[in-house]
Design a protein around this ligand. Sequence first.
Ligand code: FES
Ligand SMILES: [Fe+2]
Length: 380
Amino acid sequence: MAKDHPVTDPVAELRANVSVPFERARAMPPSVYTSEAFAQVELDRVFRQDWFCVGRAGSLAQPGDYMTCDLAGQPILVLRDADGGVRAMSNVCLHRMSTLLEGRGHTRSIVCPYHAWTYNLDGALRGAPAMGLNKDFCKDAYTLPAVRCEEWLGWVFVTLNPEAEPVAERLRDLEELVGGYDMTNYTETFFEEHVWNTNWKVLAENFMESYHLPVCHAGTIGGLSKLEDMICPPGLPAFNYHTILKDDSLRIAMAHPSNTRLKGDERRMTFLIAAYPSLLITLTPGYFWYLSLHPKGPGQVHIRFGGGMSDDYADDPDAQQNFFDLKTLLDEVNVEDRGCTEKVYRGLCSDAAQPGHLSHLERPNYDFAQYLMSRIEGAT
Ligand code: FES
Ligand SMILES: [Fe+2]
């Protein structure tokens, strides 16, 4: 007999899913990951409303250094301007609307790749070839529209929402929680972009729980990961986190001897932070790495992946080598995560997909579902 396919309503299913207390909670329903309509709702209610992290301010060191992103379908460029400030603007030409810059790089001005209309770093049109005969054309009337952009502890965020509360307010509790780590004091040494075949939430949730480490990462870091050393407190409105205590087998995961900010267990504590919607930070006293995720439809995720070391280690050449070795390991770990998260997406798309109960080590996943529902329902 043919299987009956009920019409799914992902929002209603998610509402029912998050109405259960954590002690009885299940994973989010499959439709929340696989539905095209829900993916559109997320763009409108999540990615158009919240702050999105494009990377580290230190990677825009010189005037003219830039990076680009697509946020909820809007091409945006972020750059260090001539006055030394970080600013964001539309990455769409004001002539026949080509996109302007791509990826990351350095430029003295923003030159459109189509007909070379050329903009200053503040977005004002500097010049346009062969436009003198159009009687209405006035160069001064053209400036690339600004996009809200804020720096916070070395991170650069953009938003399309003029009403969004400032990042520093939204993440104030996080700043307090990890104040001793002084995130401003970390320098990015690598940045990559990837696309994986999974829903962005599957990857975000994978990051939020370390329950999978012993198994999914059996080939790399799994043996070092003890479930009993993981602490998963309830999340806060704008982020969730859990912590792992590391031993000193990896020196650069420990606080540098010159670091007097961190005390006691914090000197060997790794924070895994999920700042909603999609900035995922692994923060150790010695190094950090992060993912900033954006959906590409329900079935793909665009990943901004960067990291580096605490400046406490800047004068320690061995540590830089250790970090380089760690990056090689991280790449192997990522191959494992890619395998697991792409398998989850394939499973989610099957008729057999049924959400099971959550472990106490998946508390952050529960909090993430609550956040998602609050955004979809329009709460701030
Ligand atoms: S579209 Fe940019 S110069 Fe023509
Ligand atoms: Fe993982």
